[in-house]
Design a protein around this ligand. Structure first.
Ligand code: SAM
Length: 272
């Protein structure tokens, strides 16, 4: 890891009294890298949104299934994980490198705590790097020295916007995602999970709570999520509720819990 902007602890940007997306999500997942303000927001959101915790866990599970598919069946050995979050169990590099030890992973997150915690986790892993940056600044991310060093965009790669698309506002989302699609070589993949709007009140309510407390938060219809894949070909089963995306055990689509109806998942393939 070469980003040395945060040699000091705590990083200058860190405000303990204001929740952040990464820390509040960590609190939802039962992690330890969060502060009172993050836990308070997570609790408040859970009181209003039935199944929110389960939905966060479901999102982590599909990250594992998706990366396993990409590193295995799809043969991808380079991953750009945008909005990667704080390290937790079964991080992208652990899943990818358990399938292919040579797989390279670059994590990008706006929250400086991700870098601080990633450093410790990745001290001995030359194939993994953490970059602090804003995914919306596509030029800066795609030209970051660590990204250029680790990812060869002339070969197939996977770009991940897992649990991240809903932090891109309607005025930027199309251009941002298109910039990432465009940089990918044929044979590459785009992996998206997102808060969805299928008409259930809790979905827009979660978007509202997120926007009010964490600045961004947008629930999108399945069609709007699908649009982000451009002309990529969706791999089976398409954009579906996350629990239904290649589940390890069969799931009955007619008995999804409220938490299982908060997010959708899809993976698209850039055709040669
Ligand atoms: N990808 C992980 C997962 O699915 O488990 C973490 C998802 S977490 C809900 C969303 C992450 O996106 C947070 O860590 C947050 O800091 C990051 N994030 C939100 N907006 C961002 C932006 N504009 N640029 C970079 N990271 C961002």
């Amino acid at each position: 890891m070469s980003d040395d902007r945060y040699e000091t602890w705590p990083p200058p940007e860190l405000d303990f009294d204001k929740p952040t997306i990464a820390r509040a999500y960590d609190a939802l997942l039962g992690g330890k890298d969060n502060f009172a303000a993050d836990r308070a927001l997570a609790e408040y959101a859970c009181q209003h949104i039935p199944g929110l915790k389960e939905s966060a866990v479901e999102n982590r599970k599909v990250l594992v299934r998706g990366v396993r598919f990409l590193a295995g069946e799809a043969g991808i050995d380079q991953f750009l994980d945008l909005g990667s979050g704080l390290p937790t169990v079964q991080n992208t590099h652990e899943v990818a490198q358990s399938v292919n030890p040579d797989a390279r992973v670059v994590y990008v997150d706006i929250d400086p705590m991700v870098l601080a915690h990633g450093r410790a986790l990745l001290a001995k892993n030359d194939n993994t790097s953490v970059v602090t940056g804003d995914v919306r600044d596509t030029k800066a991310i795609l030209n970051h020295p660590d990204v250029l060093r680790m990812i060869d965009f002339s070969r197939p790669a996977a770009i991940m916007l897992v649990g991240m698309l809903h932090y891109l506002s309607p005025d930027v989302v199309d251009d941002v995602v298109a910039a990432y699609r465009d940089v990918l070589a044929p044979g590459s993949y785009l992996f998206i999970t997102s808060l969805v709007d299928t008409g259930l009140p809790a979905q827009q309510e979660l978007a509202r709570i997120t926007r009010e407390n964490l600045e961004e938060g947008w629930a999108r219809t399945p069609e709007e999520i699908e649009r982000q894949f451009g002309d990529f070909e969706l791999v089976e089963p398409g954009v579906v509720y996350t629990a239904l995306w290649r589940p390890d055990e069969p799931v009955d689509p007619d008995s999804l819990t409220p938490g299982e109806q908060l997010g959708m998942t899809g993976i698209g393939f850039k055709k040669p």
